[in-house]
Design a protein around this ligand. Structure first.
Ligand code: BGC
Length: 787
């Protein structure tokens, strides 16, 4: 057929389709008379218009609106107006409903930095990973990162950011832990709320994800998470509950996994009974990408939007209404919840966007947050700060290939990453150039080899790069000796990365150091120490690694985490003392992997291809476990040093008997010689009663302002009955049991500075909630009574 003929055939087809669609719009597919295209057609303008707009929709339109348009740029789908956006919703222009655009993710906005046929670039700022942000213990810092991140979402013309992520770091091998904040639900919830509030202050939406109990990447789409109602409520849901109460995010993303037998996105108990009935959530729920197996069940469960969405899913929903297996009212309810967010969106409001976020200013936010999140793990004989007059021997591949963040949807296409070597140079440090050049040429040579070539992510260039790990460069004794002779301090950089889709391993090169890394630490330390020179290790990692076997060999350890694109500059800020470190761990560094309470139950059974994972450790996750069962950690939850010292005094409570609230107070004084900030942690030891209690539970925290030497700050924390309560499965209620409560104020979970007590005379039922999501099998739970 001729080109011209072809196009006229196409025109006829278009004409037929248009007529069919017009008919379709007049007589709805379910037979009801839908709106004719006349002046009475309502349009979405405000909340009041929503019901009429839904009423005017055809069933086909409804079924399409609750399902996204597929992943832009994938499987033949056209690109979205913002390349790299991962989700686009359906538009119904005749009713005034536009398509919304969604993009990842937790460490910054993930979009494609370049667009075909354009010279403009669209870089986004890579902020420190969530784990690093949590280590600031400072919600103000996290809020400022949220504001900056949201500014990029807005200025690039997007509607909703698919972040923050706040799953609990149940086991350090979870490949996505870097996207998450902590092993503790209070820290996770508070940080997520601060992030949501920051992002949404720009008039764009945030999404808290992945709801819920999504704590591993192994078989993440299918794994059945089996856990007790108490562990679910106290550990895995609590952070979401806190974040929702404190920030009411536009959206919640349901998770891939099953919870006690039912897929999260098809789980009405989770998405309606708990989220809406118990918690009064007012936003909308979207599924994780390609989650679930049954679109109709997702609709029934209250998963309002299916992402990224397929035509088959819309058809299934439409057919279910037609054949009476899905009540159209459910569809209407879901649409209403989604349209409430549409009304708020920049696209709906036709907000202007510049495509020019202030990347310079945001890089400064990233740098400050990164420095605030770094944790000084060891500092013998004040080996840090390292004087700028000194000469540094810098060791380790990662000094050059510094890792800004993890991989997968949580990656960010930043314009640059300041390497640790460059950061130190920028700050004025003199490096051993010969050594530096050796590393440079070693890395560039290996990167030419096929095996080590850096490639685009298999998911596409928008998902960042795959950087195969290069073996640590081995150095001869003579090379190390020369460096030790020439320089005053050795700085060794150890790096690790992990990402979406695959869990980490308890093996050399991952949780464990490789033989080359061990040798580098041993040999460099021996040569420098022989000359009375100090050795400092910088950890550029996304989650805990083994430290116990080597930490005694070195003088200082700075945990820099994966600090975002300003990595090297932020490391230099802390190393030099321009910033006094005040970060503390929001997760435990165990001595060995088998010390983790979930080690035996990760990633599930059968071990070769797990289908379910039983949370046998129950509520004893992280420090709740180590403290209760006296298992020694390498570095405990809440731990972190400073270049100055702090003294705690006047630790007390305002009443001896609990009424509705209790006020805890403490005074912190900087007794050292440098200005600094201190994160103050408030734990409770609740009495064992009907329910057993972990020895410690974090109930509040606050970072002091910067205190000058000698300066004091009084802090006070208010705790109500719900804050202190435990979950009683037999009543499906939060209860505050009678007995004596110890309030422990400390600098870490092991460094308690003072204890006060109060009593509860009579057990209080604080809040009754729905009795849902019980496990379908009995769980062999860890318990103090079994010890
Ligand atoms: C991830 C989500 C992400 C989505 C879109 C999924 O694979 O689990 O966290 O937002 O992809 O990229």
């Amino acid at each position: 057929m001729h080109e011209r003929q072809k196009s006229s055939t196409r025109l006829i087809k278009v004409a037929i389709t248009t007529v069919a669609l017009a008919l379709f719009a007049t007589v709805g597919v379910n037979g009801s008379i839908a709106n004719a295209k006349d002046n009475t057609t309502p349009r979405l303008v405000d909340k009041k218009s929503i019901d009429a707009v839904i009423n005017a929709m055809t069933l086909e339109e409804k079924s399409k609106l609750v399902v996204g348009q597929g992943m832009p740029g994938f499987m033949g789908k056209p690109n979205a107006s913002v390349a790299g956006a991962v989700g686009k919703t359906y538009a119904i222009p005749r009713l005034g409903i536009p398509s919304l655009l969604f993009a990842d993710g937790p460490a910054g906005l993930r979009i494609l930095p370049t667009r075909e046929g354009e010279t403009n670039t669209y870089y986004a700022t890579a902020f420190p990973i969530a784990t690093a942000l949590a280590s600031t213990w400072d919600t103000k810092v996290v809020n400022s990162v949220g504001k900056a991140q949201g500014n990029e979402v807005k200025e690039y013309g997007l509607d909703i950011l698919l972040a923050p992520a706040l799953n609990i770091q149940r086991n350090l091998l979870n490949g996505r832990n870097f996207e998450y904040y902590s092993e503790d639900s209070l820290v996770s919830g508070k940080m997520a709320a601060a992030m949501v509030n920051g992002v949404e202050s720009n008039g764009v939406g945030a999404t808290i994800k992945h709801f819920a109990a999504n704590n591993q990447e192994t078989n993440r789409m299918t794994i059945d998470t089996v856990l007790s109602q108490r562990a679910l409520r106290e550990i895995y849901l609590k952070g979401f509950e806190i974040a929702i109460e404190a920030s009411n995010p536009w959206s919640v993303m349901s998770a891939y996994n099953k919870i006690n037998g039912t897929t999260a996105s098809q789980n009405k108990d989770l998405l309606t009974t708990i989220l809406r009935d118990d918690w009064n959530y007012k936003g909308f729920v979207m599924s994780d990408w390609f989650a679930g197996t049954n679109a109709v069940e997702q609709m029934k469960a209250g998963n309002e939007l299916i992402m990224p969405g397929s035509a088959e899913q819309s058809t299934a929903i439409e057919n279910a209404v037609k054949n009476g297996t899905l009540d159209e009212k459910i569809l209407d309810r879901n649409i209403k919840n989604f349209l409430l967010a549409v009304l708020e969106s920049p696209t709906f409001k036709k907000s202007n966007f510049s495509n020019k976020p202030n990347l310079k200013a945001n890089a400064q936010v990233a740098r400050q947050a990164a420095a605030q999140g770094m944790v000084l793990l060891k500092n013998n004989k004040t080996s840090l700060p390292v004087s700028k007059n000194g000469h540094i021997g810098l060791f380790g591949n990662t000094q050059i290939e510094t890792i800004k963040g993890g991989t997968g949807s949580g990656d960010v296409n930043a314009k640059y990453t300041v390497s640790i070597a460059d950061g130190l140079k920028n700050a004025g440090y003199k490096l051993d150039e010969t050594l530096y050049k050796k590393y440079q040429s070693y890395i560039s040579t290996l990167r030419q080899m096929d095996e080590y070539k850096i490639k685009d992510s298999p998911w596409g260039p928008a998902f960042g790069k795959v950087t195969p790990v290069i073996p640590e460069k081995s150095l001869s004794d003579a090379e190390i000796q020369t460096a030790a002779d020439k320089t005053n301090t050795a700085v060794i950089v150890i790096g690790r990365n992990s990402g979406e889709g695959i869990d980490r391993k308890n093996e050399k090169g991952d949780f464990l150091l490789t033989d080359q890394e061990q040798a580098m630490i041993t040999n460099v330390s021996a040569k420098y120490h022989a000359q009375g020179k100090k050795v400092v290790v910088i950890l550029n990692i996304g989650g805990p690694i083994e430290v116990a076997s080597w930490r005694d060999k070195v003088d200082g350890i700075l945990l820099a985490w994966q600090p975002g694109q300003e990595a090297g500059n932020a490391v230099a800020d802390v190393l030099s003392g321009a910033v006094n470190p005040s970060g503390k761990l929001a997760q435990t560094f165990p001595i060995k992997y088998s010390d983790i309470s979930s080690a035996k139950n990760f990633p599930g059974t059968p071990s070769d291809n797990p289908t379910k994972v039983v949370y046998g450790e129950d509520i004893y996750v992280g420090y709740r476990y180590y403290s209760t069962f006296n298992v020694k950690a390498a570095y405990e939850f809440g731990y972190g040093l400073s270049y100055t010292k702090f003294d705690y005094s006047k630790i007390g409570v305002n009443q001896k008997k609990f009424k509705n609230k209790i006020k805890v107070s403490a005074t912190v004084q900087n007794t050292g010689s440098k200005p600094g900030q201190e994160a103050v942690e408030v734990y409770i030891s609740a009495p064992n009663g009907k329910l057993e209690k972990p020895k410690l539970e974090l109930k509040a925290f606050e970072k002091t302002k910067e205190l000058k030497p000698g300066q004091k700050q009084n802090l006070s924390f208010e705790l109500d009955a719900k804050d202190l309560a435990s979950f009683d499965e037999s009543q499906s209620a939060w209860i505050l049991e009678k007995g004596t409560y110890q309030v422990k104020v400390g600098a870490s979970s092991e460094n308690i500075k003072g204890t006060a007590t109060f009593t509860v005379d009579k057990t209080i039922v604080v809040e009754k909630v729905s009795n849902v999501l019980a496990p379908q099998e009995s769980i062999d739970k860890l318990s103090q009574s079994k010890q």
